[in-house]
Structure formats: C-alpha cells, structure tokens
Design a protein around this ligand. Structure first.
Ligand SMILES: NC(=O)c1ccc[n+]([C@@H]2O[C@H](COP(=O)([O-])OP(=O)(O)OC[C@H]3O[C@@H](n4cnc5c(N)ncnc54)[C@H](OP(=O)(O)O)[C@@H]3O)[C@@H](O)[C@H]2O)c1
Length: 221
C-alpha cells in the first residue's frame, strides 16, 4: 500500500512519476537510512526491497533509454533490455554482458583519448560509439546527442560517480531516491562519490510504503 506524503493525491504511479518536461534526465538510486548505496554484496541488490523494485520498473517503463556508468554496469552485470542502454566509460570499456546483443541495443559514451576505443567500435559498431570530448565525456553533449537521436526521456541508474558528475555539470533534472529503513554501518559508498558538490534540490513527491520512503527531488536551477 503506497501512501502519498507529498504530491498529488493519486495512486497511479505512472502519473506520480510523469516527467514535467521533455527532454528530461532523471537519476534513480536507492540507499539505506544511514546513507549506504550498497549492502553486503557490494551491490544495490542487497539493500533494495519490493517497494523500490516497483518504482524502479515504473521508471524504466517511462524511459526511452537507460544511462549507466560503466562501473555499475560491470558490477551489477547489466545485460541488454527492451530499450537502449547507454554506458558511460572514460576508458571506452564495453561491459561483458552488454556485448553481442542486438545491434543498437547498447551505446557507449566515451572520449577520444579512450584506450579501448577501437575495441568498442568493433564490438558495437561506429554509430553506437559516441565520442563526446577529448579526455572526458561531456555529459551535457551526451544528453543533447541522445535527444537528437529521439531519446528524450532519459533514466540514469547511477552509479555514484556518474550521479556526482551529472549534478556537478548541471545535466540531471531530477533525483529519484529510495530510502530503505535499514542501517548497515560499514564503509559503504554513498549515492554520490567523487569531488565535493553542493546542489540544492526541491522535494517534488514523497511516497511511503511499509516504512520505505520514495522521493522525487528536482534539481533547483
Ligand atoms: N544504490 C544505488 O542505487 C546504486 C546505483 C548504481 C550503482 N550502485 C553501486 O555503486 C557501485 C559502483 O560505484 P561507481 O561510482 O564506481 O559507479 P559508476 O559511476 O557507475 O562507475 C564509475 C565508472 O563509470 C565510468 N564513469 C562514471 N562517470 C563517468 C564520467 N563522468 N565520464 C566518463 N566515465 C564515467 C568510468 O568507467 P571506466 O572505468 O570504464 O572509464 C568510471 O570508472 C557498485 O557497488 C554498485 O552496485 C548503487
């Protein structure tokens, strides 16, 4: 049973998570109440729960493409899905399980200096390898490039370094974050990792389901 704490009074999840504009880039993350982005397994699967999964699948259903950092795709074992997966990798690495799928199912966003550029082109085809900068991936150009390909509703599923860079570069429009009612301690990553940022967010929606808080925060501009 989902209770709406902040936001419109509806039980229609698709409506609750509708993007307010097009194009739109949202990032979806899960964390524990003590701020961990992973549990025992070193993956998010060991901290997420049923309520988070419902929203995770709803957000995927609303997206034209999934954007993911190469680290997350490698660790979480991403495989092709029913819409394009865009992997962001500085070194130009195509994660193992994203190789050999249907042509066009996987795109790679990388930079000219990437040491694995030739391998990536051979694996995915030239059209699917987006070179967006000389020594770093320009994330604003990535968003624009995907929009020009008709992929306007973008869902980024992390990880923490990519989320940090997207907000630092002013490219993310929204953060969806699930806070699961657990404490795990330990030395775990947070949902943002990397150099400091300070990005104000505005609460747009807050749902509660059996103690789990599911929020939408819009990036203030
Ligand atoms: N709690 C959650 O919701 C959630 C979500 C996702 C992931 N995670 C967890 O987070 C951990 C992974 O963390 P992470 O921070 O390493 O993930 P990440 O941001 O997905 O991966 C970092 C790697 O992705 C590429 N990358 C990220 N940002 C980039 C940028 N701006 N430009 C170019 N390449 C970029 C680079 O790949 P190359 O090394 O190939 O150059 C970089 O080494 C895993 O344990 C995963 O399970 C948790």
């Amino acid at each position: 049973m989902v209770k709406v704490l902040v936001g419109p009074d509806t039980d229609d999840l698709a409506q609750l998570y509708a993007a307010p504009a097009d194009p739109w880039l949202r990032v979806n993350m899960v964390e524990t109440l003590d701020g961990a982005a992973t549990g025992d397994s070193g993956r998010s699967g060991s901290i997420n729960n049923a309520a988070d999964q419902v929203v995770y699948h709803q957000l995927r259903a609303l997206a034209d493409a999934i954007v993911v950092g190469a680290g997350t795709a490698r660790i979480e074992g991403y495989a092709p899905v029913d819409r394009p997966t865009v992997v962001v990798s500085r070194q130009g690495h195509v994660p193992d399980r994203l190789r050999g799928g249907t042509p066009g199912a996987v795109l790679l966003a990388t930079c000219a200096a990437a040491e694995l550029l030739d391998e990536a082109r051979a694996l995915l085809g030239d059209e699917q390898v987006l070179v967006l900068g000389s020594h770093r991936v320009d994330l604003a150009v990535l968003k624009q490039t995907l929009v020009e390909r008709g992929l306007t509703q973008l869902l980024c599923e992390g990880g923490p370094h990519l989320l940090r860079d997207l907000v630092a570069d002013g490219v993310a429009d929204e953060l969806c974050a699930t806070i699961v009612p657990r404490l795990v301690g330990g030395d775990r990553p947070r949902i943002t990792q990397g150099p400091p940022v300070d990005v104000p967010l505005r609460l747009h929606l807050l749902l509660e389901a059996e103690g789990t808080l599911l929020g939408r925060w819009l990036v203030s501009r």
